[in-house]
Design a protein around this ligand. Structure first.
Ligand SMILES: [Zn+2]
Length: 137
């Protein structure tokens, strides 16, 4: 284990590199969402980690576009390359976290997938076989 003084910095970007971000400190547990919205948004599954919103800094937000997928949540993606990246609760007072797509990270995450959610809505073309906890909703 390293000494506690320096917080870990995790880095990531969209496919084209227009949006780069940093997360200071440990990433939250990994989660895979199989709901229909996440399936259609990502093309498969939204694998993400939740971090405190304060821990995330985005270098340049000019190409970041937000799609309000419901009244409660907006989804952030790159307007140039289309990479799905952020899942952001709109009520930021109540929810002080943001989810980041694990696939966006370009540095090691040290994250393990701990649970699957909305498995009732999963696609019919794959099975979940990693042994992580499964929640139907
Ligand atoms: Zn991009």
């Amino acid at each position: 284990m390293s000494k506690a003084a320096e917080p870990t910095i995790h880095q990531g970007s969209c496919l084209c590199g227009a949006i780069k971000f940093k997360v200071t400190g440990q990433l939250g547990a990994g989660e895979m969402c199989h709901c229909q919205q996440c399936r259609q948004w990502t093309g498969h599954i939204y694998a993400s980690t939740e971090v405190p919103r304060m821990a995330l800094s985005i270098d340049d937000e000019s190409r970041l576009k937000w799609y309000p997928s419901s009244k409660k949540v907006r989804r952030g993606f790159c307007a140039d390359c289309g990479s799905p990246m952020f899942f952001d609760p709109i009520d930021q007072e109540k929810h002080q976290w943001i989810a980041i797509a694990l696939g966006s990270f370009t540095t090691p995450t040290a994250v393990k997938i701990e649970q699957h959610i909305f498995t009732l809505e999963k696609g019919d073309y794959y099975e979940i076989t990693d042994g992580a906890k499964q929640n139907e909703t």
